[in-house]
Design a protein around this ligand. Structure first.
Ligand SMILES: NC(=O)c1ccc[n+]([C@@H]2O[C@H](COP(=O)([O-])OP(=O)(O)OC[C@H]3O[C@@H](n4cnc5c(N)ncnc54)[C@H](OP(=O)(O)O)[C@@H]3O)[C@@H](O)[C@H]2O)c1
Length: 217
């Protein structure tokens, strides 16, 4: 069993979640409130180490009333510095890592009250990670990027709903919504996207798309 999984992102019209320099502040105030509302409803929010390194996010709920979700960080080599905001103790935090994790770093994180789940091999299998979270009582997960994590989750059919805000910007280069080996054509993906709604954001220049993700298998 795994939790229900939402994948949320703000993208440019050319499908980027960040520019070539890593700049990713795309959301308008209403979009940020929507994101924080989703966080408040989720049991856990999950991001990759790249997102934490570049954005140094708190992943807490601030723009709406609500409880902080568990923060889950996928960091295969435990390369993130301990002074990142996600390790500040302001919400329960779990780090998913692999055999590549240095022992002293595992110890240091645990001493800060951060739970470390270690998976054999050099990559965290996201399906197993989600099952582990489910066994810890997590029933809904909000995946918030970045591109590599998004690719793995979607291409492995581990996403139930996609919520994408198209913002009125273009980067022309940078990190795409999905960063992976890619699909050859429109039939090759193991999932189908079913549009549920398309709304113009209160800010007036953004479109919020919601899709159900149907796994073909
Ligand atoms: N606009 C938006 O909505 C939005 C949202 C989130 C992020 N972003 C942007 O996205 C960019 C980051 O995206 P990204 O694709 O570079 O990074 P990412 O997906 O956040 O993280 C990638 C890193 O996470 C680790 N990782 C990923 N999958 C793993 C696995 N299965 N097992 C073990 N480790 C794994 C790897 O670290 P190691 O290489 O150390 O193994 C990998 O380098 C940033 O610029 C951020 O600003 C934008």
């Amino acid at each position: 069993m795994r939790p229900y999984v939402y994948l949320v992102a703000a993208i440019t019209i050319d499908g980027r979640i960040a520019s070539r320099t890593g700049y990713s502040k795309l959301s308008c105030p209403a979009d940020l409130r929507r994101l924080h509302g989703l966080r408040a409803k989720a049991d856990a929010v999950l991001v990759g180490a790249g997102t934490v390194r570049v954005d140094n996010p708190r992943l807490t709920v601030r723009y709406v009333q609500g409880k902080n979700p568990m923060r889950v960080v996928v960091d295969g080599a435990l390369s993130l510095p301990l002074d990142m905001r996600v390790f500040d103790g302001s919400a329960p935090t779990v780090v998913l890592t692999t055999d590549r994790a240095p022992r002293d770093k595992v110890k240091a994180l645990k001493e800060r009250g951060i739970q470390v789940l270690e998976f054999p091999g050099d990559k965290v299998p996201l399906n197993k990670a989600l099952e582990a979270l489910y066994s810890m009582g997590v029933r809904s997960v909000l995946i918030e990027g970045g591109g590599q994590i998004n690719w793995q989750a979607l291409s492995q059919c581990l996403v139930d709903e996609l919520i994408i805000t198209i913002t009125p910007y273009a980067f022309g280069a940078g990190t795409s919504l999905l960063e992976g080996p890619g699909f050859d054509d429109t039939e090759s993906a193991p999932f189908r996207l079913r549009l549920q709604s398309a709304e113009i954001c209160e800010c007036g220049q953004e479109v919020v798309l919601r899709y159900k993700v149907e796994c073909k298998k």
